[in-house]
Write a protein that binds this ligand. Sequence first.
Ligand SMILES: CC(C)(COP(=O)(O)OP(=O)(O)OC[C@H]1O[C@@H](n2cnc3c(N)ncnc32)[C@H](O)[C@@H]1OP(=O)(O)O)[C@@H](O)C(=O)NCCC(=O)NCCS
Length: 161
Amino acid sequence: MHQEAPVTIRHYRPEDLEVLRQITVDSFGSVALDQMMQDRLGVWNGRDWRARKADHINDDCLANAEGCFVAEREGVILGYITTRLDRLNLIGRIPNLAVEEKARGLGLGRRLIHHALDYFRQSGMKVAKIETMASNVVGQNLYPSCGFEEVGRQVHFAMRL
Ligand SMILES: CC(C)(COP(=O)(O)OP(=O)(O)OC[C@H]1O[C@@H](n2cnc3c(N)ncnc32)[C@H](O)[C@@H]1OP(=O)(O)O)[C@@H](O)C(=O)NCCC(=O)NCCS
């Protein structure tokens, strides 16, 4: 019987960036705030939600490359997680997390979160933080099941100028 090779989690490398950007724009349709803004306000400045959302990953990788991790099977990246450290207040934050559609439901999202939580602990963080849109059903199940508790809800407003 053919067994699939195991998925490993490793540190992000700069040459991963294009793949991470692609997974991001493929994954975040309908759950991204940037797309919701575009649905309401249209496109401005010639840059659609995909361009903005993908740029968030560049920001994450630039801000804290050592805290970005990818899930990989036989050299193929299936998902990633990005993190930031607030070393003054000892809060670790997870800004972005995505798993390719074909690799979902296998526990990779959960593994990536636990990997990030271990990294936070090793870095001396005392609190971990993650946000999700109220419309993101997966996040609202996954995060509490990883140990997070809901502490508040935020409403996003935007307008054309
Ligand atoms: C969120 C995401 C990363 C989860 O990845 P995944 O590898 O499929 O997640 P897992 O297999 O580890 O699933 C973990 C849990 O998520 C929840 N979950 C997964 N799919 C779900 C679904 N379709 N509906 C409801 N809950 C779901 C369950 O609680 C599941 O736990 P269980 O299998 O014990 O029931 C993935 O769905 C994704 O990339 N979504 C688009 C991008 C996104 O929403 N990112 C997070 C916002 S920052």
